[in-house]
Design a binder for this molecule. Sequence first.
Ligand code: FAD
Length: 327
Amino acid sequence: MDNSGILIYAQLTREEYIHTVFYELVDKAKELSKKLGDVEVNAVVFCRVGLCETFRESFENKGLNKVYCFEDDRLKEYSTEYYSKLLVDLVGVIKPEILLIGATNQGRDLAPRVSCALGTGLTADCIELDINDKGQLAATRPTFGGQLMATILCKTYPQMATVRPNVFKINQEDNFYKTEIVSCPVNLSGVDCHVKLLEFKKTADTVINELDSAEIIVAGGKGLKNEKGFKLLKKFADKIGATVAASRAAVEMGLAPSTIQVGQTGKTVKPKVYIACGISGAIQHTVGMEGSTHIIAINNDENAPIFEIADTGIVGDVFEILTKYLD
Ligand SMILES: Cc1cc2nc3c(=O)[nH]c(=O)nc-3n(C[C@H](O)[C@H](O)[C@H](O)COP(=O)(O)OP(=O)(O)OC[C@H]3O[C@@H](n4cnc5c(N)ncnc54)[C@H](O)[C@@H]3O)c2cc1C
């Protein structure tokens, strides 16, 4: 195997910031690098002309060895064709042993295309990454509808994985390192870009972002029973300055929009306090919130699985408890 080092895709937001999932991946990659004998941790970024240098400080503070920078005004907007072609070309030249991409909408579009073009495996939506005793990437993700966790190895290189935002912690320490910014030639000849962005309309993403950064989340489940229950939940959330989330059962009952669903097929959140109200604690829900610093559960069934992961458990009727607090 002549592949070496870890390459991380640095996704940019529409506002031209580096997406936070990148920083989460860098800190995890550094742990992996140590286990691989301190291999290089590098990044790749695609952007409009002149933008890359503005990120130098962020890259250096994260202690990256090299950042491969593709600058071209055709790369200002994400393009499946352009980005995947350039990433595949880069991987062919630098031959990383691991390629990590955030499981954002963009990452979920880019990663399979790249893995397919490279003829390598991709473990998508991972919740843990490690290096096994043979030096291989051991990527863990939920499987069989979330009933099991599978640790998957890849026989080919680079070993690719996508990881959801908010799964790994960002290490707040500064790690200053003189990062080398490598300016890469943008060769897009022969690539047809089939999609042109005509207009961008913001949707419910604002709510999604609120959940991403919320310090306190109050989540409602089927135990809230109806719209009245969710109104009570919202009132309680407003009183304590919390953001509202929901279980899938609540979403399926039409009590909450799918944009605020937490769990395997929803968001992964990591607030300081997560208050689960009338939520049983199915694994498909808990994978999305178990990284919260403090979990409080309110449930009238003392055997509800949610109490197994709760730091504070309140056995009782959620309506009575929330109403009492609002009085
Ligand atoms: C492939 C797949 C993906 C999935 N993805 C997700 C996902 O992303 N997110 C997710 O949440 N689920 C997901 N699910 C569904 C998941 O398996 C559970 O069905 C769901 O999380 C249950 O939601 P719940 O806890 O609100 O409802 P329930 O499991 O019905 O629990 C309701 C709870 O409310 C309690 N309760 C009832 N009345 C009261 C009261 N008056 N006071 C206090 N407590 C009360 C009950 O004791 C019970 O524990 C997924 C399932 C599959 C198969």
